[in-house]
Design a protein around this ligand. Structure first.
Ligand code: NAD
Length: 494
């Protein structure tokens, strides 16, 4: 790890100083004129004002989206026609990937190289759903001489999309792509910490030829009376796709219940990486370092608990701590930065409070605070705690930063008990050269996604989602198409 800062902050050219909502094809302020401050994570200086949406702004946006759904061309277009628009969106995003990465990195503190990867992933999400909607085949069932049954797939209406601040642009694309591909209209409420990249969607969509009113964006907070809460409680929004904290997911569940809305919930995680003694240790160490320190550790699928078989535990901890100390903390805009600045001072304080809790609960073997040479901004040194007990808060609670808990185990049974012994169940990573054990362990583990001897690399066709407190429902491939469409069964007697 580098101890000294080598560069000062970088401010992108033509940075906006205010961000508005985008409703019915127009950029507009909040009806009450209210705005909120947006901070830059490297200095925590306020660099822009964003419009703060309330119920009245959501009402306007939903009305525009509903009109575009009820009367506009988008839901009625052939899949191929919508697909062409989505491909154009992907082309535009791809052609602007460096600018997008620059803005995202500035706004969120993500290392620029990783932000670039996320921008390209956003383009790929649009391309993927553009292809999928054209290839879509629906079921037909025939009872010879008696009946034919077929499925009519229909867009549902106005989809409310509520997204978090980690990899914001990419996560928005993950919802926008399938919601639009299937013919719905949308109101997006991006995270209040990181509104910058979301403000680019309107221009991209206009240029690609998306009809007016199909995409609407309202910035602001989530709480009661503000944009997020008002979107969830709007009677003309039958679908809410939410990604964020489990606690927020619970509140949204409650608020959506009276309306019986369709809900997709991608929530928090505390995912285990289980390293058996027979694993390829070099590969396991590289992958588990990447698994928790990439994206600043602000990653829902981070392998933030590493369970290591006792016979290799001491060697693993020593090598892992040494490698964590070599992870390059740096300014987000520098090409070789591996861990940048956390998104916001509130989040920084939260992560730092867990670092202090960890010092009471376990053995600190790397990091443990602010890295040298970064006196201001939300920088946290990659932090490793060893000998973490399963009842420790740093074992149980999602920290969402560059902090990892390492715990030894003696048997497969104990490894499974430790892996499953938290309220979350999003991802799991298993490292072993025993094929049988790998598959049996994957089957037994409480996780929506398991990677065997692999980093977190996803095929977009596979289901994405968690079990237990990590979520309900799945996104990805046809699961996203299912969420955003009604499947009407039509029965014909012969
Ligand atoms: P958060 O729950 O605080 O906020 C997420 C979004 O919900 C924001 O846009 C926020 O304004 C809005 N919101 C807050 N309260 C609301 C309410 N009552 N009604 C409607 N909207 C409301 O989450 P965050 O801190 O932005 O994101 C980090 C969390 O997201 C972590 O827990 C992380 O694990 C999770 N996450 C999960 C996935 C996944 O796919 N499972 C992916 C990324 C992030």
């Amino acid at each position: 790890m580098t101890d000294t800062a080598v560069s000062t902050r970088h401010v992108p050219a033509d940075l906006p100083t205010r961000i508005q909502h985008y409703i019915d094809g127009e950029f507009v302020d909040s009806l009450d004129g209210d705005t909120f401050d947006v901070l830059e994570p490297v200095s925590n200086e306020v660099y822009l004002q964003a419009a703060s949406g309330k119920k009245a702004d959501i009402d306007r946006a939903v009305a525009a989206a509903k009109k575009a759904f009820d009367e506009g061309p988008w839901p009625r277009m052939l899949p191929r026609e919508r697909s062409r628009v989505l491909h154009r969106i992907a082309d535009i995003v791809e052609s602007r990937d460096e600018r997008l990465a620059e803005l995202e990195s500035f706004d969120s503190g993500l290392p620029i190289a990783q932000a670039l990867g996320q921008a390209r992933r956003a383009a790929e999400n649009f391309r993927f759903f553009a292809d999928l909607i054209v290839a879509q085949a629906d079921d037909t069932f025939k009872v010879p001489g008696r009946q034919i049954n077929y499925v009519n797939r229909k867009p549902i209406g106005v989809a409310g999309l509520i997204t978090p601040w980690n990899t914001p642009f990419m996560l928005e694309s993950w919802k926008l792509g399938p919601a639009l591909a299937t013919g719905n209209t949308v109101v997006l409420k991006p995270a209040e910490f990181t509104p910058l990249s979301a403000s680019l969607w309107a221009g991209i969509f206009e240029e690609a030829g998306l009809p007016k009113g199909v995409f609407n964006l309202v910035n602001g907070f989530g709480e009661e009376g503000f944009a997020g809460d008002s979107l969830v409680k709007h009677p003309d929004v039958p679908l809410i796709s939410f990604t964020g904290e489990s606690r927020t997911g619970q509140i949204i569940f409650g608020n959506a219940a009276p309306f019986l809305k369709g809900l997709s919930m991608e929530l928090g995680g505390k995912s285990p990486a289980i390293v058996f003694a027979d694993a390829d240790l070099d590969a396991a160490i590289d992958a588990t370092i990447f698994g928790v320190f990439s994206l600043n550790g602000e990653r829902c699928t981070a392998g933030s608990r590493i369970l290591v078989e006792r016979s290799i535990y001491d060697e693993f901890v020593e090598r892992y701590a040494a490698q964590a100390k070599r992870v390059k903390v740096g300014y987000p805009h520098e090409a070789d930065t591996e861990v940048g600045a956390l998104v916001h001072p509130e989040h920084y304080d939260k992560v730092m409070s867990y670092v202090e809790i960890g010092k009471q609960e376990a053995r600190l073997v790397a990091g443990g605070g602010r890295p040298k040479g970064f006196p201001e901004g939300n920088f946290v040194a990659p932090t490793v705690f060893a000998d973490v007990k399963p009842d420790a808060r740093i074992f149980q609670e999602e920290i969402f930063g560059p902090v990892v808990a390492v715990t030894p185990f003696d048997s497969d049974e104990e490894a499974l008990e430790l892996a499953n012994g938290v309220k979350y169940g999003l991802a799991a990573y298993v490292w072993t050269n025993d094929l049988k054990r790998a598959h049996n362990f994957a089957q037994a583990i409480d996780a929506g996604m398991v990677w065997l001897n692999s980093n977190n690399v996803r095929d977009l066709r596979t289901p994405f989602g968690g079990v237990k407190a990590s979520g309900l429902g799945h996104e990805g491939g046809y699961r996203s198409i299912d969420f955003y469409t009604e499947q009407q069964a039509v029965h014909i007697t012969l």
